[in-house]
Design a protein around this ligand. Sequence first.
Ligand SMILES: *Cc1c(COP(=O)(O)O)cnc(C)c1O
Length: 496
Amino acid sequence: MLYTSTRDNSIRVTAAQAIAQGISEEGGLFVPVELPNFDINKISSMTTMSYIDRAKTVLKEFLTDFSEEELDYCVSGAYAAQKFSSPQIAPTVNVDGNKNILELWHGPTCAFKDMALQLLPYLMTVSAKKTADGKTIVILVATSGDTGKAALEGFKNVDHTKILVFYPVDGVSPMQKLQMTTQEGDNVSVCAINGNFDDAQSAVKSIFTNAEIKNELAKKNMMFSSANSINWGRLVPQIVYYFSTYCDLINMGKIKAGDKINVVVPTGNFGNILAGYYAKKMGLPIKTLVCASNSNNVLTDFLKTGTYDKNRKFYTTTSPSMDILISSNLERLIYRIAGNSAEKNASLMQSLKESGKYEITDDMKAQLSDFYGNYATEAEDAAMIKKLYEDTGYVIDTHTAVAASVYEKYRKETGDTTKTVIASTASPYKFTRSVMDAIDNKYDVMSDFELVDELSKLSKVKVPQAIEDIRTAPVLHDTICDVDKMCDNVKRILHI
Ligand SMILES: *Cc1c(COP(=O)(O)O)cnc(C)c1O
């Protein structure tokens, strides 16, 4: 299996090269030249497997330059039972008869980012051994909150790596901030920026492709890579859990092998839902991919009209990990629906860069029929958390609530009763204040950790270890910088 770039079709690299490099030299994203095919017999054969074996079955089709031993080492290390609070790793639970929820937050930082970022450091170090001649890999991360912590946990004290994380100073929840500012590890650095996630992501991308800095790094035997979902190594582990939830639905007796399902994904950078799209194109029986946005509904409009326009008001919401107006991974979809044309894609991306806007052709629009897009307002989000709790006792976080609200809109609009899975992307403990406020605003007077204890009483779910750990941990990182100083900051930290 080889990979090419969404902006230059002449490029051919192995999975190891794609993962070690993170982003292609001309700024495109790596994509597989062809997708593997999984027929229903192959999918059915995965129903009796553990999560680790399901992961190996899917990943080995993509990482064909990894040996069986290497793959086993990576996958077994990443999804080791002691790191996850559920033996199933990513269980599917049925909540009120018609809501199937794929819980993706049982990893060490309580967000779905762990599903990929527990594995990525393994994939990256194995890839670097194959391709990077012992260079130290410097991971630059722009985060809307969850990627930062998950990447820090994944890469802390990993030999031959350094990790630098930038997060928007006012754009993350109190728990997210505390998780990052208390991060331990010899190779980690965390910095807040005066700006939003899009500012952080754009600055990181431009540092990546800055030739002068890359040369200086090379002199010191270092190279950049990315732990954001622009890295193929972040995306490919996410394909696995769509197959896994399908198998679990069969095992739960909710569907028969071959039946179609819908999946609902709370979306920001378009990574998670794109993994679902790839699963569908590989043969997983998915009918509709429901793309759920918060008030930053640039994707809703795009899916409805075919025009992507980021020139709009940016909202800071209670689902901060989706507060994004430039969804990086949409580029991979655009490339595919443009008939795998790097030229067409590159010209649309150029237009996005210059005017913040592009419009796709009618032919391309027709291929968006795999998706349905809608959004939830802040009030709808809060109402969903409260209602589900009152009806069932099950407490969801603010991002999952966006998905659940949009699913209701989808049901109403289409009358589609196909069995559906809602991707639950974070534990409610990461967004305790917003979650508790949604349930009852009498909680607003309580401190962050009083709220944590209150949530535990009310949901009857034990406080996760990740949250216990930061109750008393000292703050180790308190740097704040302006966006135009990020580059200088990177140079200072790396002594270049
Ligand atoms: C990152 C994140 C999202 C958005 O996922 P994308 O892959 O960026 O679309 C949704 N919910 C939570 C909790 C997240 O951390």
